[in-house]
Design a protein around this ligand. Sequence first.
Ligand SMILES: [Cu+2]
Length: 142
Amino acid sequence: MKLHHSVVAMGAALLLAAGCGGGGSPGSSPSPSAPATTAASASPTATATGSPNFVNVVQVDYKFVPSTIKVTSGGSVFVLVINNQSKTLHNFSLVMKGSTTNYGNIKPGEQKVFPIKVSAGSYSFYCVFHKSLGMTGTLVVS
Ligand SMILES: [Cu+2]
């Protein structure tokens, strides 16, 4: 009768999972992918309601020439161009709905440009220096 002592040596295998720490993997460079531009939708172009009206007035001999300005851009802006062709300092003041706006003086030989927003109506204007001499006019906006 033999007793076999089987010794089972159980070697504990330690598996050291070596974590790879020093991996020199280059960082992924961000690819500059061009943003896909979709077709631009209809551009919201602010369509001007038309080029502004330019009205030329001359100041000469204590008068506005012409003394009556007719504008057909009621509700929008027209551009008043005043040329002082005299040797005297003049002015442009506009009376609209009871309030007077002094747009300033125009020196002899000077040209000034005044964008003026108007609504339909009839208004008077004058030179503050020579109003008493009859240097007045009428702006008619339709
Ligand atoms: Cu004047």
